[in-house]
Design a protein around this ligand. Structure first.
Ligand code: HEC
Ligand code: HEC
Length: 658
């Protein structure tokens, strides 16, 4: 063995190199406060290694990026761990950077002759933040897509070259596929190479000048090896342990420890046509996000460019300012204020986002014609954010289920998965086309994710046509409330008249039967059991409904009596066919006819080409309104990676497809 090492030493001189490396003198001995630099190097090496493995499965294009990350997260052996460590180690690096910077400034390690090395450190910091920013986009999910679009839009604010700069980064005039490939090149090649190069010079200069530490009267000098190396190793392992805990924590908290649920989240695939309400940068950029809130309109450039620019410039001046004792003190105070200020701004940003959670009661609405109060803007923003977060989780889970049902991702891309799905597409269409008038809300904060209306002026459609819904409609105290017809012109119509008048003569049991019978017309998927169990009550209710002297058939078309024209038909009320007809043309005689208030005609029967919605879209909305969450494979033509006919085998996962 010895002979072998001698042989090697003759040719490489490795002993000398090793000695150089390990026997660096530390005045005053090893210290815990010196570990931040080594821990940063350790974190960076972890990023390089995990990043390399991630690259092997990642596929950078707008069609395939989400799919490949989904594969890493849910199917690749240990992929969730790889991705989780990469995700959280990036955040650990930012924390370590702040600590390292603080230590360097407090210990005066930025002073002559180490100015250049301090500047290199600042460059390293910006490269690291650049890596974090570019990495956020790569999963190509809603969160990363919309948050990064905010960041790239800010670039256009840079004076003189703003637009050009933005186009350069975005890869043309449109934010999309070319942005992704650019960000990938920056994240995986350009920035890491720059970082390695700068880091090597940084380390070489560090060795040249030695550690900045005062000689100590009580503690003798020590070499780097073994005490400091031990401390560094312990610190690095501690960082790794914390990162692994972060990876496991989400699964532990939600009680689901299966791989796909651990580590970094993966949202629904990026969809340029679907704005994401909860777009936020990663937490370490939240302070900048908060600063931006204070500068609106043309002042935005101050928050986005001027302030960060001034702060970074000041940091570059620090070694010069610190030449005097007072200057050094100023620097230390500046550094502490900077980190404290960023921390405070981060807390404020989080508080703003969770404002609605801290205030269960919404603030009183402003009087008609008055602009909304600051309180209510704050409340609504926070509510939208919190709902956006829950919605994102709902959609992400749904996409997981869709991938499983389809046995893969269609070759047109992940968004094709949601195109035939009531929960994804039906819900989104409702938000876009209907929620301007109809709320879709309920009182259970833990329940289904509600859709508040911007200006609620039509019936709440949550569980439309279910027993609860009809029971409320037939309640004299509720029918003319805002939940139902209160804000429509029907508030003073025949139905309200009837329910608050003649209908009061029905016995409670009869009312209950009418409710059951009418709701059974809808044949709602979630009410199947109740409908089947109550056939007698339903039959009794139908009789009352069909009675054309005292019952509903006086005005309505019902199952076996009445006629259309005066009131919406109750025949098949709430069924898929009924709802589709209502959305297509509420002014049809079968529905509200001339009494139709403001509900738009979404698909005119005589001129379908001019409809705002296609029949397929209307069906998806109707299915979602009916709580139809069934998962189905699309017709063969639309399912892309379909197996050969007769073979049931699921298609190969994306990355094994050649
Ligand atoms: C401009 C406001 C407005 C929009 C937009 C709108 N509706 Fe309506 N909707 C109404 C009003 C008002 C009624 C009450 C009946 C009427 O006057 O037509 C109604 C009634 C309904 C009803 C019958 C329930 C009841 O209580 O009468 C359904 C179902 C419905 N809308 C679904 C939808 C869907 C789905 C969309 C989106 C595709 C939509 N509406 C868009 C205003 C609107
Ligand atoms: C006096 C006539 C009249 C009677 C009786 C009557 N309705 Fe109505 N109903 C209306 C009218 C008219 C509307 C449309 C809203 C309006 O303008 O008041 C309506 C609306 C409704 C709607 C909402 C339809 C929709 O688009 O979602 C339901 C449900 C309903 N009635 C159920 C009943 C039931 C059940 C009974 C019997 C217990 C009944 N109605 C009895 C006139 C009547």
């Amino acid at each position: 063995m010895r002979a072998l090492l001698d042989w090697l030493d003759d040719r490489t001189g490795h002993r000398e190199i090793l000695r150089e490396f390990l026997y660096e003198n530390i005045p005053g001995g090893s210290r815990w406060r010196f570990v931040t630099g080594s821990a940063l190097v350790f974190a960076f090496v972890t990023q390089v290694v995990t990043g390399l493995f991630l690259t092997m499965a990642y596929s950078p294009s707008a069609q395939t990026a989400w799919e490949s990350v989904h594969y890493i997260q849910h199917e690749m052996q240990g992929g969730w761990l790889l991705r989780g460590v990469h995700h959280f180690m990036a955040q650990a690096m930012v924390v370590l950077l702040a600590l390292h910077l603080l230590q360097v400034v407090i210990d005066g390690a930025y002073l002559a002759p180490r100015e250049v090395n301090f500047w290199l450190g600042l460059v390293l910091m910006q490269l690291t933040l650049g890596l974090a920013l570019t990495g956020y986009l790569l999963p190509w999910d809603q969160k990363g897509y919309w948050a990064t679009s905010v960041a790239t839009n800010l670039m256009s604010l840079v004076p003189l070259i703003g637009t050009e700069l933005q186009q350069l980064v975005v890869g043309g005039s449109a934010y999309g596929h070319h942005t992704l490939t650019r960000f990938f090149a920056l994240h995986a090649v350009v920035l890491p190479m720059l970082l390695v190069g700068t880091l090597l010079i940084h380390l070489a200069l560090f060795r040249r000048h030695g550690i900045t530490a005062r000689k100590s009267a009580v503690r003798p000098d020590e070499y780097f090896w073994p005490q400091q190396v031990l401390k560094d190793a312990v610190a690095s392992l501690l960082v790794l342990a914390i990162v692994v805990v972060c990876v496991l924590l989400p699964g532990y908290l939600s009680g689901n420890m299966s791989g796909g649920h651990l580590g970094a989240e993966l949202g629904a695939p990026a969809d340029p046509s679907e704005q994401y309400a909860a777009a936020r940068p990663e937490w370490y950029f939240l302070f900048l996000f908060q600063v931006l809130k204070y500068f609106e309109g043309s002042w935005e450039v101050v928050g986005a460019v001027v302030i960060p620019g001034v702060v970074v410039t000041l940091m570059f001046w620090m070694p010069l300012i610190g030449r005097t004792k007072a200057g050094h003190a100023i620097n230390v105070v500046f550094m502490l204020a900077l980190i404290g200020g960023a921390g405070a701004l981060t807390c404020l940003a989080v508080y703003d986002d969770y404002y609605a959670a801290f205030h269960p009661q919404p603030p009183p609405a402003a009087a008609k014609g008055e602009p909304p109060t600051r309180e209510s803007i704050r409340y609504n923003n926070s509510r939208d954010y919190l709902l956006g977060v829950r919605e994102a989780r709902l959609e992400a889970e749904r996409f997981n289920a869709l991938v499983e049902t389809y046995g893969g991702v269609p070759k047109e891309g992940a968004n094709a998965l949601g195109r035939n799905d009531p929960v994804i597409r039906g819900r989104r269409l409702f938000k876009r086309n209907c929620a301007s008038c109809h709320p879709w809300v309920h009182g259970d904060p833990e329940g289904e994710v509600i859709i508040p209306s911007g200006d609620p002026s039509a019936p709440n459609l949550h569980r439309f046509a279910s027993r609860e819904w009809i029971k409320g409609l037939l309640d004299a105290d509720r029918i003319a409330s805002d939940e139902y017809l209160g804000k429509t012109k029907h508030a003073k119509g025949d139905m309200v008249d009837f329910v608050t008048g003649d209908f009061q003569d029905f016995k409670p049991e009869e009312v209950a039967n009418i409710v059951k019978a009418l709701s059974a017309e809808a044949a709602l998927p979630y009410q199947q059991k109740e409908d089947a169990a109550d056939s007698e009550a339903i039959a009794a209710g139908r009789k009352l409904i069909d009675d054309d002297s005292t019952g509903c058939a006086v005005c309505h078309e019902t199952r076996d009596a009445g006629s259309v024209g005066d009131a919406p038909s109750l025949k098949g009320y709430g069924s898929l066919e009924w709802i589709v007809g209502m959305i297509s043309d509420p002014a049809h005689e079968r529905y509200y006819a001339k009494k139709n208030d403001r509900m738009p005609v979404f698909l005119p029967a005589d001129d379908p080409d001019r409809g705002q919605l296609s029949i397929k879209d209307i069906e998806l909305i109707a299915r979602w309104l009916r709580g139809d969450t069934s998962l189905e494979r699309p017709p063969a033509a639309e399912a892309a990676p379909s197996p050969a006919p007769g073979e049931g085998a699921p298609p190969a996962p994306p990355d094994e497809r050649s």
